[in-house]
Design a protein around this ligand. Structure first.
Ligand code: CAA
Length: 390
């Protein structure tokens, strides 16, 4: 029985900063961002957007299309946790009016936990083939103003329905994974911005890739020639390109720039203009690949590499299913990305500094967000959400 991704829907903020604007403010050559790290825009969440509204908005089309009826497991992956106790997925469960007969839990391991959620969901479906799981990966990448990481900020969420006989991508059973205790990127509970040892983090990302690949290749006997496309975790698009080059070099495979772009480029299109979405990032890449590839990908094998600092890496693979194009949300994604509002530098800094109140007062947030759900305020430490759909 095949198990895997049956539907995939993505959401990012309605607002973005062009990295030319940031480059000007930081007196940096824009090509450092556009070319050097391969990023053009970063999605910026307004005060009434958080990981709950991003995830609920990503999953909304699934609800609208009646796809959530058989879901009995909701896994919410994030490293932008909003509460030390309550799972963010429970707010989403409420906003989407899902059945109470559902297991809901939040998972954390930096950018990797979306993949942990997907693999756990596959295990659940293997045991309960009539049931489905909803995997939500949702994050807001936030670094200090003026820091090297600033240009790699972004935000977004991906909702994936996981089922038997999936209509999009069957995930193959073999996978290689790797854990090592390192401090390359982390965020203590008392901070709202990540701390990162940037150059070191890129080295650990690649080390974990090589180790994960080794186990995957041992299990499957596959070589790079067995793959038609690759999706990497994308903190910035250049990182994915560099990772693939390093893997090819390690395996003594000659790969030219054009050949590499043919394997990766479609998966990088969305991330180049949303920025890092942490747990959602590789799955934004998967949506980008499926939505924008001109070639029919039916039967093609995709190599997937997920990385979460700290660190855990995993290499696995999936095969695109016949008829997949009929079940994509490509038009909706294009529409979302084409209709965002550009922020000035000052608007960006004002939003950056807004800060969620931490006292027991009553707060109503100004409305920036245009639906379907918004984070409308806080009352006595309780988050309040509003549905904007009729
Ligand atoms: N034109 C073209 N290219 C230029 C340029 C110009 N004018 N100026 C600089 N560049 C190039 C540089 O040569 C460099 O290229 P190479 O990497 O090929 O040498 C590239 O632009 C970046 O320049 P720097 O190395 O000087 O950049 P930096 O040190 O200021 O920042 C970074 C880079 C450290 C990765 C920083 O973006 C960062 O800290 N990012 C956050 C951490 C991160 O994303 N790590 C990735 C792995 S960890 C992970 O994946 C988990 C996660 O999601 C965070």
């Amino acid at each position: 029985m095949n198990i895997g991704v049956d539907r995939i829907s993505f959401c990012t903020s309605n607002y973005f900063v062009d990295l030319k604007t940031l480059a000007h403010a930081r007196s940096v050559d824009p090509d450092k961002y556009y070319v050097g790290i391969g990023q053009e825009k970063m999605g910026i969440p307004p005060p009434d957007e958080d990981v709950v509204t991003l995830a609920a908005s990503a999953a909304y089309p699934l609800m609208r299309d009646g796809e959530l009826g058989d879901v009995e497991l909701l896994l919410f992956a994030t490293e932008t946790g909003i509460d030390q106790s309550k799972a963010a997925g429970i707010y989403v469960h409420g906003l989407l009016d899902m059945s109470p007969r559902c297991r809901t839990v939040e998972l954390k391991q930096a950018c990797y936990s979306g993949t942990a959620a997907l693999q756990l969901a596959i295990g659940f479906v293997a045991r309960n083939p009539q049931k489905k799981a909803l995997v939500l990966s949702s994050d807001i990448a936030r670094y200090e103003l003026g820091s090297p990481g600033e240009a790699t900020q972004g935000c977004g969420a991906v909702a994936m329905l996981v089922s038997a006989n999936p209509r999009l991508v069957a995930i193959e059973p073999e996978c290689g994974y790797y854990t090592e205790d390192v401090m390359d990127f982390w965020r203590p509970n008392y901070r709202s911005e990540a701390l990162v040892d940037g150059k070191y983090s890129t080295m650990v990302y690649i080390h974990a890739l090589l180790e994960s690949w080794k186990q995957y290749a041992d299990q499957t006997g596959r070589t790079l020639a067995d793959f038609d496309r690759f999706c990497y975790h994308i903190p910035f698009t250049k990182m994915a390109e560099k990772a693939h080059q390093k893997l090819a070099r390690k395996l003594k495979v000659e790969i030219g720039k054009d050949e590499m772009l043919a394997l990766l480029e479609e998966s990088l299109r969305y991330s180049r203009i949303t920025g890092n979405c942490y747990t959602a990032s590789m799955y934004v890449g998967l949506a980008s690949l499926l939505d924008t590839a001109e070639e029919d990908l039916t039967g093609k094998r995709i190599g997937l590499y997920s990385y979460g600092s700290g660190c855990v890496g995993e290499f696995f693979s999936g095969v695109v299913q016949p008829g997949y194009r009929e079940f994509l949300y490509a038009d909706q994604h294009r529409n979302l990305l084409d209709n965002r509002t550009e922020l000035t530098y000052q608007q960006y800094e004002d939003i950056y500094n807004y800060g969620v109140p931490t006292d027991a007062g009553e707060y109503v947030f100004p409305q920036y967000k245009t639906g379907p759900f918004r984070f409308s305020g806080i009352s006595q430490h309780k988050r309040e959400y509003e549905s904007l759909v009729e």
